[in-house]
Design a protein around this ligand. Structure first.
Ligand SMILES: C[S@@+](CC[C@H](N)C(=O)[O-])C[C@H]1O[C@@H](n2cnc3c(N)ncnc32)[C@H](O)[C@@H]1O
Length: 163
């Protein structure tokens, strides 16, 4: 499969995952955390499908499309290795959905480079929160859950935080 086809499939999977997660958390109060603003595409989608929900966005190098820029109060700038534990110290396990979109594009590399990240995610996720990621997260408090229809295994990952 060409890298273009692979990229398109990843984006399709990402949209299905976000739409599915938004429906799953519809009746649950709590924050949404977007890890990796990038161009702002998935943040823009999240705010469209979750109107009224607090969406906090983490990014170390802000360069999003101006139309996808979060309000300043909801943008946490800096290295997530630092900002995530700081946020957890202030807000505790209050996120009902966490979307992990920090990636180098190579899942094997991500697992090593971001080995510190699953622990921070687990420390922010409310009981039974959903965590979505483009690469496999390994943490004892995060149990893999079945993907929504149309997302092939391995293309994206979903976890539920234990209570
Ligand atoms: C794949 S992009 C995010 C794409 C974005 N969700 C979108 O749809 O446009 C990953 C982002 O994570 C950010 N990032 C990577 N490592 C980071 C870290 N340790 N702390 C903060 N941001 C980081 C990068 O700067 C990059 O903008």
């Amino acid at each position: 499969m060409s890298r273009l086809d692979s990229f398109i499939r990843r984006l399709e999977a990402q949209r299905r995952m976000l739409n599915w997660a938004a429906a799953e958390i519809a009746r649950r109060p709590g924050r949404v955390l977007e890890l990796g603003l990038g161009n702002g595409r998935t943040y823009d989608h999240l705010r469209e499908i979750l109107p009224g929900r607090d969406i906090h966005v983490f990014e170390r190098k802000v360069s999003a499309n101006p139309r996808s820029m979060p309000p300043a109060a909801m943008l946490i700038e800096g290295d997530m290795a630092v900002t995530l534990p700081e946020f957890a110290a202030r807000h505790g396990r209050s996120a009902v959905l966490i979307h992990v979109d920090v990636t180098t594009g190579v899942p094997e590399r991500d697992r090593l480079l971001f080995a510190w990240l699953p622990g921070h995610v687990a420390a922010l996720a409310a009981p039974y929160a959903l965590v979505l990621s483009g690469w496999e997260l390994q943490h004892p408090a995060l149990a893999a859950v079945a993907l929504p229809e149309g997302v092939p295994p391995g293309r994206y990952h979903a976890y539920r935080r234990s209570g």
